[in-house]
Ligand binder design. Structure first.
Ligand SMILES: Cc1cc2nc3c(=O)[nH]c(=O)nc-3n(C[C@H](O)[C@H](O)[C@H](O)COP(=O)(O)O)c2cc1C
Length: 271
């Protein structure tokens, strides 16, 4: 049996989790598909292979571009592991969406995980799960991988899981309600939000790394200060990847999330 991986990971945390799980699974590696910058091509995985999918949560859903770019991946009753990575607020509908996507594409979901990654909006001033996944998270992910290995090697047809049975993260209901009410209030009053990151030209050296890291080609390689807001998905890869710290996006969400979701959540798995 070989293990194939599928990731979308603009700021690298979903990829780190996938790599740690992969180390624990420790089976021969098959196709590694990273759809962060390109769409997956037509692939049909066989019944005796395994697919690990790790994607980030955006607004409580699977990052929409990830689903779009994975559309041409198909299975033939292929066992799959569904992993969503979120920035310590909540993943809400994301895991069920990934589960439904995999089932409708011919996969048999035999394991699932919800993992924490540093929030894309995290900055030194507004830290949100900074440094996660940390070494403990990665050890947990690797152990999850070992348990997947045992499951697939001990059964000819590994049993599917129902992802609604996964343990929910501990979350104070009042805090979540306050957060949602604040966001609803912002939407009602038409609060202005940044549409994409900006560049501080006093710091920018025009090295072009931001344009290379952008999953949607929203940043012009010849003129990195100009970002196409219609293409930008606010993934923050350009901000985190800028050596000069020249890119920023002052979204009010960063402060709101820092204020309400500082209690660190735990990774959860289901097998
Ligand atoms: C546009 C956007 C929306 C996000 N929405 C959520 C969310 O609803 N809940 C949450 O906990 N984290 C949210 N995050 C944080 C990401 O899920 C988190 O940082 C994840 O680790 C990013 O994955 P990556 O490093 O693979 O890009 C959001 C991030 C972005 C860019």
């Amino acid at each position: 049996m070989r293990i194939n991986t599928l990731t979308f990971s603009p700021t690298g945390t979903s990829r780190k989790i996938a790599q740690a799980i992969l180390a624990g699974i420790s089976l021969p590696e098959g196709i590694i598909t990273d759809v962060t910058h390109v769409e997956a091509c037509d692939v049909l995985f066989a019944e005796d292979e395994l697919l690990l999918v790790s994607v980030p949560v955006y607004g409580g859903h699977v990052a929409p571009l990830a689903l779009k770019r994975m559309e041409r991946i198909k299975g033939n009753g292929t066992p799959a592991i569904a992993v969503v990575v979120y920035g310590n607020r909540h993943y809400e509908k994301a895991l069920t969406e990934l589960f439904d996507f995999l089932n409708s594409h011919g996969f048999n979901v035999i394991g699932a995980g919800t993992f924490i990654g540093e929030h894309s909006y995290s900055t030194p001033q507004t830290p949100i799960a900074p440094g996660r996944p940390n070494s403990e998270d990665l050890a947990f992910a690797k152990n999850f991988g070992s348990r997947i290995r045992a499951k697939v090697l001990n059964a000819t047809h590994p049993t599917s899981v129902d992802v609604t049975n996964i343990e929910q993260p501990q979350q104070d209901a009042d805090v979540m309600l306050r957060f949602k009410q604040t966001v609803a209030g912002w939407m009602n009053e038409g609060k202005s939000m940044p549409k994409c990151p900006t560049t501080d030209m006093a710091l920018c050296t025009e090295c072009g790394i931001c344009a290379k890291l952008c999953p949607t080609g929203a940043i012009s390689p010849s003129s990195p200060s100009s970002t196409d807001a219609n293409k930008c998905i606010k993934c923050c890869a350009c901000i985190k990847g800028c050596y000069q710290g020249a890119r920023q996006m002052n979204t009010p969400f960063a402060q709101l999330i820092t204020a309400n979701f500082s209690v660190q959540k735990e990774n959860k798995i289901l097998l």
